[in-house]
Ligand binder design. Structure first.
Ligand code: SF4
Length: 347
């Protein structure tokens, strides 16, 4: 019988575990300490629990950490790790060092059901939600774990389509009984799921990034099918009406596609719809994926676009392209691995 994993449980889950095996309530806090502060990898190491208790705990539980299957390293220092999840699926985790910062980009689902046209993960289709254990294992089992300063939920999947497990992972990261990270070190990205955004804003204190990619409904619908049911205006309405504290940041991600969403008309409309919202825009250069009709504009067009938005009073930056020599587009590496596995089983 497969044992239940302790890593990825929040304090209430751990209280339930201690009750189940007849331990006093304070044992839950002790277990959380071992899991998230003392960073042990076996129940045997929980030395302030009696030997009898550790044996009892080990009957049905294990810590549940596992190392990545492989790594690709870019000449710029970025690394992409492949983790195996949900038995036989692959997810990607990126480690992005940058001066005194080191960011981890985690996946929240294997594949994705949102079907954005420019995204390799979208082409994989949906393969399953990751548990809080599988989300946080990417962080804890990363060889560079101790260097990390920031975390973004911008890997494979739509985080707000897996909100219970994403919120649980954020709780563990930011709680005093967990890792105790400041929520301002964490950003969760979404393509704009209305219900998920409301939940996320109310139940966490982390930063929000919304993938915008076009200010025009019709155009956005073509890029991101979700626009049919969750319009930009509805998303903006929630953000406008939410009382964000001064520490909390909302940003809009904008992938520039050559000749499509990089015109003065787009700049004017972006300035109009974002008027009155304290936010910034991050321009992202498109990383081509196989079979895609989209192209990235040249650097000059990208810089002009950024400067025009800044001139309209919208703080805009261009995100540096990282890991371009190691399949930078999210979902590409795991697709290659998945295809290799399919070929092996076909032979
Ligand atoms: S861009 Fe994000 S939401 Fe869209 S298909 Fe890719 S992973 Fe899913």
């Amino acid at each position: 019988m497969q044992k239940e994993k302790l890593y990825g449980k929040n304090i209430n889950d751990l209280i339930a575990v201690t009750r189940r095996i007849g331990l006093p309530g304070f044992a839950a806090k002790q277990i959380a300490d071992w899991l998230y502060k003392k960073e042990i990898s076996s129940i045997e190491e929980m030395t302030n629990l009696s030997k009898k208790t550790r044996d009892l705990l080990s009957v049905d539980y294990e810590i549940g950490l596992y190392v990545p299957e492989s790594v690709s390293e870019s000449s710029d220092g970025t690394k992409k790790y492949l983790y195996k999840v949900l038995k036989n699926k692959y997810i990607e985790t990126a480690y992005i060092p940058d001066d005194d910062r080191a960011t981890i980009c985690v996946s929240s689902q294997a594949g994705c059901k949102m079907g954005c046209l420019f995204c390799m993960t979208g082409k994989q289709g949906f393969q399953g939600n990751l548990s809080a254990n599988e989300i946080l294992n990417q962080f804890r089992s990363l060889p560079e774990f101790r260097n990390l300063t920031n975390m973004v939920y911008m890997g494979m999947g739509e985080p707000l389509d897996n909100i219970p497990e994403v919120l649980k992972s954020l709780e563990i990261l930011t709680s005093e009984w967990g890792y105790g990270w400041s929520p301002t070190r964490i950003t969760v990205s979404t393509i704009g799921l209305i219900a998920g955004i409301k939940d996320f804003l109310e139940k966490s204190r982390c930063h929000l990034a919304v993938s915008l990619h076009s200010p025009f409904d019709e155009e956005r619908r073509k890029l991101m099918p979700i626009q049919r049911t969750n319009t930009v205006e509805e998303v903006l309405e929630i953000i406008r009406n939410f009382d964000l504290n001064s520490q909390r940041r909302v940003s809009f991600e904008y992938i520039l596609f050559k000749g499509m969403n990089d015109t003065p008309r787009h700049i004017k409309e972006l300035a109009r719809i974002l008027n009155g919202i304290k936010c910034r825009i991050n321009i992202i250069r498109f990383h081509p994926i196989p079979g895609s009709q989209f192209q990235s504009p040249n650097l000059g067009t990208t810089i002009n676009f950024k400067e025009a938005l800044n001139a309209k009073g919208i703080l805009t930056t261009i995100r540096a392209s990282r890991g371009v020599d190691i399949q930078a587009a999210c979902g590409l590496l795991s697709t290659i691995e998945q295809n290799k596995k399919t070929q092996r089983t076909d032979q």
